[in-house]
Design a binder for this molecule. Structure first.
Ligand SMILES: Nc1ncnc2c1ncn2[C@@H]1O[C@H](COP(=O)(O)OP(=O)(O)OP(=O)(O)O)[C@@H](O)[C@H]1O
Length: 305
């Protein structure tokens, strides 16, 4: 477990101890089965015949400390988002434990917002959901709208969110989440959306959040973003933590790896590496997925949503 320089002296905020996360994908079996047989499987914890398991995170351990911004890199399907969700307490580990000091907040580009409601209503709901009082919500509202830049080209904040571009929606989501000081803020690719100006503002806000004693995790495929934001980086590959260290060292090793192992071209998609990727159809149908929840071993520090 690598720990970086001066951060070693500050208290830990996240301890990930030998965490494994397994997805169970149902739907490749032949019939639906009876209620009695389903009940039997529940009580004996046997899987449905035809259930596929995806071992997305395999024995990952590390400690993150107050004031650190930790990048997370890895090729597609390497387990970065899954690990973030496990740290956020949204996916129970199959094995191992996650301990957090304070409430982790996951900010992903897919975080739920109400598309039929206006940006304004979403800001209010988001602030209340993060635990702000109605008065705090009213006080922060103008700052959030300003930060997002949503109104730069007209009065979009009063329009339904479904009229926003994906970049605008991501900016508003980031602005809502960044309005609060988080103990542990988990950001999944949020900075890669939005224009250059917004990305710069986001980086500055992450710096402030760090200074305000939080810990920030940032998943991104953009090495420049990771380099500018994080001084420590974790590299995940096929669910395994391959490297944990200073960002420059980890990115150099990761970039060597991706040059030596370029991503498969679309015409070779018919020959996937069965060890590293799930068949695409298992991600396509949300109803066919069940997250492994047979055993919840996560630490007591979690506030479950
Ligand atoms: N809900 C799910 N059900 C089944 N398998 C899943 C689910 N979500 C992710 N997976 C699988 O788990 C593995 C890790 O996926 P994950 O999304 O964590 O990777 P990632 O590193 O974030 O990928 P990317 O960089 O493409 O966003 C992949 O094999 C993926 O297909």
């Amino acid at each position: 477990m690598a720990e970086i320089g001066k951060a070693r002296r500050t208290p830990p905020t996240v301890i990930v101890d030998d965490v494994h996360v397994v997805y169970r994908v149902h739907g490749s079996g032949t019939g639906r089965g009876s209620a009695t047989s389903a009940l039997g499987r529940l009580t004996t914890r046997r899987s449905l015949p035809g259930t596929r398991e995806v071992h997305a995170v395999k024995g990952v351990s590390f400690v993150a400390r107050r004031g650190e911004a930790v990048g997370m890199v890895g090729t597609n399907g390497s387990g970065k988002s899954t690990l973030l969700r496990a740290i956020a307490g949204l996916l129970p580990p199959e094995r191992g434990r996650v301990y957090t000091d304070g409430q982790p907040s996951l900010l992903g580009v897919n975080a739920a917002m109400m598309n039929d409601l206006s940006g304004e209503r979403n800001v209010t709901l988001g602030c209340l959901a993060m635990g702000m009082t109605p008065q705090e919500t009213r006080d922060r509202y103008p700052g959030i709208v300003d930060f997002s830049g949503i109104n730069a080209r007209g009065d979009f904040i009063h329009m339904p969110m479904r009229t926003y571009s994906s970049g605008m929606a991501a900016r508003l989501r980031f602005s809502i989440a960044a309005a609060k000081t988080h103990d542990v803020l988990l950001i999944d690719e949020a900075l890669s959306t939005g224009d250059g100006t917004f990305q710069r503002r986001s980086r500055e806000r992450i710096e402030q959040l760090r200074a305000e004693a939080g810990t920030v995790f940032l998943v991104s495929h953009n090495s420049a973003t990771i380099r500018e934001t994080c001084d420590r980086t974790l590299w995940l590959e096929s669910g395994v933590l391959r490297m944990d260290g200073a960002t420059d060292d980890v990115l150099a090793a990761y970039e060597d790896f991706t040059h030596a192992n370029p991503a498969p071209r679309p015409d070779s998609a018919s020959r996937p590496d069965p060890g590293s990727r799930t068949a695409p159809d298992s991600r396509a149908d949300p109803d066919s997925r069940t997250n492994s929840a047979s055993r919840t071993d996560s630490g007591s520090g979690f506030g479950r949503p």
